[in-house]
Each structure stands twice: as structure tokens, then as C-alpha cells.
Design a protein around this ligand. Structure first.
Ligand SMILES: C[S@@+](CC[C@H](N)C(=O)[O-])C[C@H]1O[C@@H](n2cnc3c(N)ncnc32)[C@H](O)[C@@H]1O
Length: 228
């Protein structure tokens, strides 16, 4: 019987304080270099990481993908939360972050790749469709064409019944790109998201989760062509 994540006590992040301080400085430095791509001045909190996984069914042998791993806040939570025979694939575009991630969690493969290429990367690395995809990508600041390609990759890479979970900052909820992302996700994933407010993060955030229906509705040919 699958365990629900609410039944599993998530331990504190095992990171030493020194590692965390270093990660925060690194994150800030990379934000200054690539503000729109990093999209935040600090890594997410452990509280937000916990909420990203809360309510997702765990089952033996499950496969999880993470998009935009950064300094690994969600990656660490996923590694702790996965069942013993589960595994994860984390994609991150920034090689500086990837250097911090590689080899840190035995059951999570961290690669320097664009989230847009998830389906191809998964195939190359011998991964089948994912049970769940967790994203820390800053959709409120990424170019909308990039967002569309990423959502298309998610749609192609997710099992029917699988979930796509991401978050948006409360202050950015009404940003035009944030709204366009939500509408595009509904269109491509064919379902409305659930949402949960998380105050224990700076800034406060809303966790959004879509579940891919068994029969995903077709999107128009024109739209698919333009996505390739
Ligand atoms: C807001 S940070 C989130 C980092 C981490 N998940 C967290 O919550 O602390 C967004 C991350 O997405 C990465 N990113 C942005 N665009 C990307 C893309 N197209 N493919 C993969 N990673 C990307 C950035 O380099 C950055 O590390």
C-alpha cells in the first residue's frame, strides 16, 4: 500500500550550517549574474521543500524528476523522502550549481541540462516516464517560449496519473508571466491545479500541483508544431 508523505516524518535537512551559508552566498552571487534565470536571492526554505512533496503518494520503485535544482534544497528533501528503491534525476542549467550537487545523493543523478530537454535527457540516461516532476524553476521571470517548451517536456515525460508540482511567490502571483504560466500549464496538462499557501518561506509562496489525467487532451497541431 502506498505511504502518503504526511505519514513520513521528514527529518531536518542534514546540511551542516557551513554548507548552508556557502550555498546562500553562492545562490546570491549567481542571482546577481543571472537574475531572471535564478529568479530568487535565496534558496527555498526546508518548510517549502517539505510542502512540495506533501500529499504525493510514495510507491516502490518510483521515479522523480527535479527541474532547476539550484543548490539542492528540494533535491535533499527528495533524496530523504524517496523509498529505498526509488530514484531521481535532477536537471540544472547552471554548471556552478551542478558542481555542488553531483555525487551528493547516491539515488539522485544530477546533470547540467536545460529543463526543456527533459524528455531527451531522460531517454539518454535510460529513464522511463516519471511518476512525479518537481520544479523550482522561476516561471514568473523565464521567457514565455521557454516556459512553453518546459511544460511540453513535462507533459511528454510524466506518467498518466503523475503529478507536476511547482511554486510561485505570493508577491509575483499577478505578474503577467506568472499568470501565463498557470494558464499554459492547465492547457498542456489538462487539469486544474491544487494550491497551498506556504508562509514559512521568504518570500511566502504558493505550491501548485497538477495531476496528469489518464487521457491527456490533445493540444492543437499548430501549438505542438510551434513547440518543437
Ligand atoms: C528559484 S531557483 C530554485 C532553486 C532550488 N530549487 C530552490 O528552490 O532553492 C531556480 C533554478 O532554476 C535554474 N534554471 C533556470 N532556468 C532553467 C532551465 N531552463 N533549465 C534548468 N534549470 C534552470 C536556475 O539556474 C536556478 O538554479
Amino acid at each position: 500500500m502506498p505511504l502518503r508523505s504526511s505519514q513520513i516524518p521528514l527529518r531536518r535537512q542534514p546540511d551542516a550550517p557551513a554548507r548552508q551559508s556557502f550555498d546562500h552566498l553562492l545562490f546570491l552571487r549567481q542571482f546577481v549574474r543571472h537574475p531572471l534565470r535564478v529568479g530568487a536571492i535565496l534558496p527555498s526554505s526546508a518548510r517549502l521543500a517539505k510542502c512540495m512533496l506533501e500529499g504525493i503518494d510514495r510507491r516502490a520503485g518510483m521515479r522523480v524528476a527535479e527541474l532547476g535544482a539550484g543548490t539542492g534544497r528540494f533535491t535533499a528533501a527528495i533524496a530523504e523522502w524517496l523509498p529505498e528503491d526509488g530514484a531521481g534525476l535532477a536537471l540544472e542549467i547552471d554548471p556552478v550549481f551542478v558542481d555542488r550537487l553531483v555525487g551528493r545523493w547516491p539515488r539522485i543523478e544530477c546533470v547540467c541540462e536545460r529543463a526543456e530537454h527533459l524528455a531527451e535527457v531522460a531517454k539518454t540516461h535510460g529513464w522511463g516516464p516519471f511518476d512525479h516532476i518537481v520544479s523550482g524553476l522561476p516561471f514568473a521571470s523565464l521567457p514565455f517560449e521557454t516556459t512553453r517548451l518546459i511544460l511540453y517536456a513535462v507533459r511528454r515525460s510524466l506518467q498518466s496519473g503523475g503529478t507536476f508540482t511547482t511554486f510561485q511567490y505570493v508577491h509575483g502571483w499577478h505578474f503577467p508571466l506568472a499568470g501565463r504560466f498557470r494558464r499554459e500549464a492547465v492547457r498542456q496538462l489538462g487539469s486544474e491545479p491544487t494550491s497551498k499557501l506556504v508562509l514559512g518561506n521568504v518570500p511566502s509562496a504558493v505550491v501548485l500541483r497538477w495531476r496528469k489525467p489518464t487521457a491527456t487532451p490533445a493540444i492543437s497541431g499548430d501549438a505542438v508544431e510551434r513547440l518543437h
